[in-house]
Design a protein around this ligand. Structure first.
Ligand code: PEP
Length: 232
């Protein structure tokens, strides 16, 4: 299975070094990647052999875009993976499907893994299949290849809330996502689940055959806890 940590806007550079001093001691034979904020990429890359990803990129390569981080800057610092379309970007920073599509298209020009997040809000729950289809197709329609893309299904109402989606619902959505991918692009992609994954629920979640791993926010912030999730 694959495990992706999302540190969000947390940790100083010293805390990142301390984190990896501990985490690197664990013998892990599964794929683990850490999404950190741009300011922490350099320190994280220097502190661990595990791949480091960035939590966001600008939709433009370069130019007058104050406060943004470009894909080339992230890659230059050693980033191997890019998180695009996280619900906090969609809902707090009002990122549209069109902007997310631009970011995916730009990242595709580089040899970097793309983790594309999709997920419905509580209000959208009744139309969740339409919402996910729209988020997927708007981001993927203009691509000519789908290699190196992973889909993270993260129902917004489950992120950071302690409420985890039911196994049957996650399984149903993962199968639906792959049916949309098959129908529209003749491909299938690895699917992650994210939303309040913890040591106490991950064993149960690991019984879902249609998913390939997890995107973990809050519970990835402590090395012990994240390690327990991985080995559970
Ligand atoms: C996330 O940030 O992508 C996430 C899933 O957060 P949490 O695990 O805290 O719900």
């Amino acid at each position: 299975m694959r495990y992706y940590a999302n540190f969000k806007l947390n940790k100083t550079s010293k805390e990142v070094v301390d984190y990896f001093e501990k985490f690197n001691q664990y013998n892990i034979n599964q794929q683990v990647c850490f999404f950190v904020s741009p300011a922490l990429i350099d320190g994280a890359v220097k502190s661990t052999e595990h791949p480091i990803g960035t939590q966001n990129i600008a939709s433009q390569k370069w130019g007058a875009f104050t406060g943004e981080t470009s894909i080339e800057q992230a890659i230059d610092l050693g980033c191997k993976s890019v998180l695009i379309g996280h619900s906090e970007r969609r809902h707090i920073f009002n990122e549209s499907d069109a902007l997310i599509a631009e970011k995916v298209k730009l990242a595709k020009e580089y040899e970097v893994e793309i983790v594309l997040c999709v997920g419905e809000t509580l209000l959208e729950r009744e139309q969740k299949f339409d919402v996910i289809k729209r988020q997927l197709t708007s981001a993927l329609d203009n691509l000519s290849s789908y290699s190196n893309i992973i889909i993270a299904y993260e129902p917004v109402w489950a992120i950071g809330t302690g409420v985890v989606a039911q196994n049957a619902d996650i399984d149903e959505m993962a199968n639906y996502i792959n049916s949309v991918l098959k129908q529209n692009y003749n491909t299938t992609l690895p699917i992650l689940y994210g939303g309040s994954v913890k040591t106490t629920n991950v064993k149960e979640l690991k019984t879902i055959n249609s998913i390939s791993g997890f995107l973990v926010g809050g519970a990835s912030l402590e090395p012990d806890e994240f390690y327990q999730i991985i080995i559970s």
